[in-house]
Design a protein around this ligand. Structure first.
Ligand SMILES: [Zn+2]
Length: 391
């Protein structure tokens, strides 16, 4: 027998009285069916409701999810219930209301994208962290922001959200958005001036309940775009978290909040200049060091700071000068990077041994090897004195 869906009659019903009509073991816990429920089952991109069922003796059965199979709504409970038992159901209302805010906000936003830019909503996901809408075509961020502005005007207008199942002849005349080609018992959700859409989920009663509608990002997605959005309490939490970020960024940059992006741009330019200058200085230092290297000998050079390009310049110059073996090390994070060159010795057995002893990685040709080791200055010097200098 199909379950009576209280949320169709009253989306704001939080508690109800029902009777257990079936109970069977599920994947986790038990699947419990009732004669009537205000729990919305998973569907249309929205997760199933959570909450609890209480028996007359006061036993509480926790409901972690709700699903529908062939008209019957199944509650995922953590304990079994006898068929015929009366129960009092209670929704996790905070969660359900946040979902209704998000879901109804999505109607307004999708309706506006459809009306203004002729785009279809081809995908919808309403998770507990994030809601996404996939649109059938391209949208600029400026266009999305225009939709956001109009959508929030729709909230301020506090228009009623109505749900009805029109008779077939009326449905045939009606223009509405729909993902499925249904012809009978189609539930039409109407938000005057914003959206007319076939939908089976619960919604808020008036748009004012949605609160803030906040578009958080846009990315290209399968020939169209995916829009990240939040509504109501979730939107407010997101705006507050981002305000904390911009406040911290502007304080770190000693810049006004509205000028933070330009300040980051300036900082990024200054960093590039400093990197370029450091690279030039490193190269000059490497060339000076190379000039002083003795010919035909083995040299270990441990630097406080030097980039890879400068290490390579140094080792190349050492090879040009016929230095017997030149090993150059410089710190990189919590490791030391190395480049070792030799015109006389095959370096491959040496680097294999070194990587084993100094927890390193890397390799190369007989004449030049490159990589890094998980070792400090003293360990590298000890390895050099015991392995290289004594061989
Ligand atoms: Zn809906």
């Amino acid at each position: 027998m199909p379950t009576q869906r209280i949320y169709y009659e009253d989306s704001h019903a939080r508690t109800f009285e029902g009777v257990v009509t079936a109970c069977e073991p599920g994947k986790a816990g038990y699947r419990i069916a009732l004669d009537r429920t205000c729990f919305f089952p998973e569907g249309g991109g929205q997760y199933g409701d959570r909450g609890s069922l209480r028996t007359p003796s006061g036993e509480i059965i926790s409901v972690a999810d709700t699903r529908e199979r062939e008209g019957v709504i199944w509650h995922s409970g953590d304990k079994p219930l006898p068929v015929g038992s009366p129960v009092t159901g209670e929704l996790d209302w905070e969660l359900r209301f946040a979902r209704m805010q998000c879901h109804t906000g999505e109607h307004i936003v999708s309706g506006l994208f459809h009306r203004l830019y002729g785009l279809e909503n081809v995908g919808f996901h309403l998770g507990d962290e994030e809601m996404t809408i996939d649109l059938s075509g391209g949208v600029t961020w400026a266009q999305a922001q225009e939709v956001q502005r109009l959508a929030n005007r729709g909230v301020a207008e506090d228009v009623p959200v109505s749900c009805a199942v029109p008779p077939p002849e009326e449905l045939a005349r009606l223009e509405y958005r729909s993902k499925l080609a249904l012809t009978e018992n189609v539930r039409i959700v109407t938000i005057p001036g914003y959206d007319v859409c076939a939908c089976c989920a619960p919604h808020v009663k008036r748009t004012g309940e949605i609160g803030l509608i906040h578009l958080a990002g846009i990315q290209n997605w399968k020939g169209g775009v995916r829009i990240r959005m939040l509504c109501g309490s979730r939107a407010v939490a997101d705006v507050m978290a981002k305000q904390n970020q911009i406040s911290a960024i502007s304080a770190l940059l000693s810049a006004k909040q509205e000028g933070a992006a330009q300040a980051v741009e300036r900082l990024s330019g200054a960093l590039e200049t400093a990197k370029h200058r450091a690279a030039q200085l490193g190269k000059a230092l490497a060339e000076r060091k190379a000039e002083a290297l003795p010919q035909g000998e083995r040299c270990l050079l441990l630097f406080e700071t030097l980039d890879t390009a400068a290490l390579r310049t140094l080792v190349n110059a050492a090879l040009d000068r016929d230095t017997g073996l030149c090993a150059a090390f410089a710190p990189e994070g919590d490791r030391f990077q190395y480049i070792i060159g030799s015109g006389q010795t095959d370096l491959r057995p040496l680097v294999k041994e070194m990587n084993g002893t100094l927890r390193g990685r890397g390799g190369g040709s007989a004449q030049m090897v490159q990589g890094s080791v998980q070792a400090g200055r003293r360990e590298i010097e000890a390895w050099w004195n015991t392995v290289v200098n004594k061989s």
